[in-house]
Design a protein around this ligand. Structure first.
Ligand code: AMP
Length: 624
């Protein structure tokens, strides 16, 4: 079947409405997923370029959109065209609008035709929809084995198709938890008190509309969590940890019970071991022995190579049985990473770009992944990795166990959770509001831009022998400048930003970790995930653009029960952040300089005036 084209529609015409105008979703498309997709598309901006119209049978709209919008994302990714499904219908056809170049139109049409062509067609192996869209895996009608009509209808029910495919895989075992008698004996009141005392842990099945199964009670000791796993207990003892951190208290019983979980916790909270120790038990508990399994059983996706390397380090430090891991990240030696994958690993820790790359090349086999972790999901979204994540995640077994961690709970993370977790239990430590670590003294210096350098070097001159400081700058150029100044003054410093070679970045981290360097100058690339011991001070040389980043930077000190100090240089240019900063400081019972209140008030009143008289422009920070 071919489709009708109408050439050269006016670009960005006001008639072009976002996907929210789709009025009749395909009944096969589950409402939740459809809404999910709809929301995503509504947020997207209109694509530039020419516009083409394409009519497709309305019955295929659901197929084109796919689960949670995954098919249309893939179509857009592969063709380079933006695709909008409109509400316009005509005689059982629906209008699609394509934006892009002539080449992207050609590719998009071809791909859409492949999905919607009304002819007999069947698939080999594991052609889930994402594989179908990779045209190389589509079997053409000539190659297909003819099938009877009712079965053909079944073929187009992708959920059925997937179910059938995955049914050939071994059952996933997820339940390994046995409640310790002391935990079983806890009353509801005890549980409430324990959660309150442990940084006010709050647990909830956030995405379920009805009351789901009971949420496992928290544990108070390592023994209560791992009484059946003496090797884990002995490793914890070796690490000289006293007791589980708040997130661990609650995450271990949840994850060992086989539930999906969303951990809202900062780095430094012990979240890595919260998801890793149950992962070890999960790997060993599967029916197919490790040796006979193709590809990893556990995938951890992390936003930055530093965080990925750190997770890998934590796995290797634990050295549990023969479980091995491999870290795949951009900037690392690709050949070596491929060789490691080929040699057989249980856990892969990946950054999204390299994960896609090795998935496309066939070096990363994902079909035996039964435990998936999306670490720092909010950060991955901030860094624009959503499309890359979706491509790979679509091919992972749908009934796997999934863990997401995030420092915050914005709508983007919620959307990911809806797509990739099943009735997850959210565990958050502290409140969901942005709260900066209470173990950190937060000092705000209000000054002029030109005074920063002197203030900074005065501070450095007064550093004690045991002090270690991370200094955050807003740009790579500023980072380089300060770094050179430190070198000229023969200060023990290192610097890190995204333009640095991977080996230099790793060396900088090694230097600050082992104390060769006492000053690490960094852009935000280092603000999250890095677990550097004994950082006594954080200096916000440039105040961050958003308050979440401030909280993450502050969290680089005051870790693992120690206290720390954060010093922020706040200039008139930063006045838009004054209000949010005041909230954080007040919540943490910190001193708030009067000038900060003044700046906040002035900014608010300026904003109000601007709303009343929108034509009057103003310069950021011009009158504080
Ligand atoms: P994370 O939040 O995962 O980055 O962990 C921060 C640091 O805390 C890591 O060095 C962990 O090894 C350490 N850690 C994890 N669990 C505990 C615990 N129960 N007690 C003390 N330190 C821990």
């Amino acid at each position: 079947m071919s489709f009708d084209w109408e050439d050269d529609w006016p670009v960005a015409s006001d008639n072009i409405s976002p996907i929210s105008n789709v009025n009749k979703p395909n009944p096969q498309c589950k409402t939740k997923r459809f809404n999910n997709y709809k929301n995503r598309r509504t947020e997207e901006s209109r694509a530039p370029g020419d516009c083409k119209k394409m009519w497709i049978p309305t019955k295929f709209v659901g197929k084109v959109i796919g689960r949670g919008g995954s098919n249309i994302s893939d179509l857009e990714y592969q063709s380079g065209a933006k695709i909008q499904v409109t509400k316009e219908t005509d005689k059982e056809k629906t209008l699609l609008k394509l934006f892009g170049t002539a080449e992207s139109f050609r590719k998009a049409t071809q791909l859409i035709n492949e999905i919607t062509q009304d002819r007999q067609k069947t698939y080999t192996r594991n052609e889930s929809i994402s594989h179908q869209i990779n045209s190389k895996s589509v079997v053409t009608s000539n190659e297909s084995v003819p099938i009877k009509k009712p079965e053909r209808a079944k073929f187009f029910d992708m959920e059925e198709c997937e179910k059938e495919y995955w049914s050939n895989f071994p059952e996933i075992r997820k339940k390994f938890y046995e409640e310790h008698p002391a935990v079983r004996a806890l009353t509801d009141k005890d549980v409430k008190e324990i959660r309150l005392e442990n940084n006010n842990i709050v647990v909830d099945r956030v995405l379920s509309t009805e009351n789901g199964a009971a949420i496992p009670k928290p544990v108070l000791t390592f023994e209560q969590a791992f009484c059946r796993y003496p090797e884990i207990l002995s490793q914890l003892k070796k690490a000289q940890f006293d007791k589980p951190t708040p997130i661990q208290c609650q995450a271990w019983p949840i994850l060992m019970s086989g539930e999906d979980m969303i951990g809202i916790a900062q780095t430094g909270s012990g979240k890595t071991l919260a998801f890793l120790l149950p992962a070890f038990i999960h790997i060993e508990g599967q029916l197919t022995p490790k040796e006979d399994r193709k590809g990893p059983a556990v995938l951890v996706v992390a936003p930055t190579r530093e965080l990925a390397l750190q997770i890998d380090k934590e796995i290797k430090k634990f050295n549990y049985h023969t479980i091995n891991s491999c870290c795949i990240y951009g900037g690392g030696n690709r050949k070596q990473q491929v060789a490691e994958l080929k040699s057989g690993v249980d856990i892969v820790i990946a950054t999204p770009g390299r994960m896609n790359d090795l998935f496309d090349s066939g070096d990363l086999y994902i079909e035996n992944i039964t435990y998936l972790i999306l670490d720092e999901a909010d950060r991955m979204l901030d860094m624009g990795f959503e499309a890359q994540l979706r491509r790979v995640l679509y091919g992972i077994r749908p009934n796997r166990q999934t863990v997401m961690t995030s420092a915050t709970w914005p709508s983007g993370v919620r959307r990911l959770a809806v797509s990739y977790t099943k009735d997850p239990i959210q565990v958050y430590v502290g409140s969901l509001d942005l709260t900066a670590a209470h173990s950190v003294a937060q000092i705000i210096h209000i000054l002029e831009e030109s005074d920063k350098e002197k203030t900074f070097f005065d501070f450095i001159a007064n550093m004690g022998p045991d002090d270690k400081v991370i200094v955050f700058c807003s740009t790579k150029g500023k980072t380089d400048y300060l770094s050179v100044e430190c070198i000229m003054k023969r200060l023990p410093s290192a610097s890190i930003h995204s333009n640095k070679e991977q080996c230099d970045r790793e060396q900088a981290i090694a230097d600050i970790m082992d104390g060769t360097a006492k000053i690490l100058i960094a852009t935000d690339v280092a603000s999250r995930g890095l677990d550097i011991d004994d950082v006594t001070h954080v200096i916000n040389y440039d105040f961050p653009k958003n308050i979440e980043e401030y909280v993450h930077r502050v969290g680089r000190t005051g870790r693992a029960g120690k206290t720390g100090e954060s010093i922020s240089y706040f200039t008139r240019e930063n006045w838009a952040s004054a209000g949010e900063l005041i909230n954080i400081l007040e919540e943490a019972k910190q001193y708030v300089p009067k000038e900060l209140y003044d700046m906040s008030e002035r900014f608010a009143s300026r904003q109000q005036k601007k709303t009343q008289n929108p034509t009057r422009g103003f310069r950021s920070g011009s009158r504080w």
